[in-house]
Design a protein around this ligand. Structure first.
Ligand code: NAD
Length: 283
């Protein structure tokens, strides 16, 4: 039994999808029919499930979606040609290349082939560059989800010490940039495996966000009493069950904590659709 307040990302995602549904209705009334496409290469059961949820969310809020599947051994040039076709298709307003990719394909090459205006994952260097420049652009979805979750619970960020564990390109690095932008103003420490004194940084943090994918990496004894703790990293145990980066005992010490399952995933998908709708709302 946790004493901390649970950061319920699933409930927040329901509210965001309802808001998006009314924005989609407004777009349709102006003659625009939003369409999202996903490009899934090869057979990957987790990716299959993630893609299915994205299409279910689209159906719920009135966005048309296209589910494009390509064989696992597709030639890199043929994969790039599929991306070029989606870039050129005026009926598709945003799309993503589902990661991870088969080993023979380079993710960065494929991401850089996506038209930045259709890059609803927010991972194209143009959009990441706009994030660094604090200029308007499509932001990566999981970092947006984490910020929205912290804001929804009025967790103070301005001037506070936020520790992010894990410097991956999808979560840790862009999240560090997003939280430190003017207007959010967190003081961010980005920890990685080579960091000295990680324990001291975590113990002093007002907010700890773990995006490492290491089971039970953050334990109750490691954090400051009253801190907010967000689990993003996902791993799987021997039985195939999903395991959080956040140990169960964190809920006894923290003031706010994410549940051990769910929360950030549904919100991440909501921000994918938010990126699509926001891009279409531009004059
Ligand atoms: P990644 O593998 O690119 O990055 C993980 C980072 O954590 C790496 O930099 C690694 O060096 C670091 N790390 C590993 N062990 C560490 C340790 N003990 N101490 C400090 N750093 C350590 O992953 P990513 O794509 O950035 O995603 C991060 C995690 O978030 C993954 O587990 C991923 O599955 C998960 N994820 C969840 C959602 C969601 O919706 N819940 C969305 C995206 C990613």
């Amino acid at each position: 039994m946790t004493k901390a307040l649970l950061l319920d990302g699933d409930a927040l995602a329901v509210r965001l999808r309802a808001d998006l549904a009314s924005r989609v209705t407004a777009l349709r009334q102006r003659g625009h029919s939003p369409c999202l496409a996903t490009l899934l290469i090869g057979d990957h059961s987790a990716s299959d499930a993630y893609v299915a949820r994205k299409h279910a969310d689209c159906a719920e809020i009135g966005i048309t979606s296209k589910d494009i599947r390509l064989p696992h051994d597709i030639d890199p040039q043929a994969a790039l040609a599929e991306i070029a076709a989606l870039n050129a298709d005026p009926s598709v307003h945003g799309f993503l290349v589902q990661l991870p990719l088969p080993d023979h394909l380079d993710a960065q090459t494929l991401i850089e082939a996506v038209d930045p205006a259709k890059d609803i994952d927010g991972l194209h260097p143009v959009n990441l560059g706009r994030l660094v420049a604090a200029a308007p652009g499509l932001r990566p979805c999981t970092p947006q989800a984490i910020l929205a979750l912290l804001r929804a619970y009025n967790i103070p960020l301005a001037g506070r010490s936020v520790v992010i564990v894990g410097r991956g390109a999808l979560v840790g690095r862009p999240l560090a940039m997003l939280l430190s932008l003017p207007g959010t103003d967190a003081t961010v420490t980005l920890l990685h495996r080579q960091s000295a004194n990680s324990a001291a940084a975590i113990a002093a943090a007002d907010v700890v966000i773990s995006a490492a994918g290491v089971p039970d990496l953050i334990r109750g004894a490691m954090i400051k009493p009253g801190a907010a703790v967000v689990g993003v990293g996902i791993s799987y145990d021997a039985a195939g069950q999903m395991v959080s980066d956040i140990a169960a005992d964190v809920g006894q010490i923290a003031r706010w904590v994410t549940p051990r399952h769910g929360s950030v995933g549904a919100l991440t998908r909501a921000f994918l659709l938010s990126n699509l709708v926001t891009a279409m709302e531009q004059p």
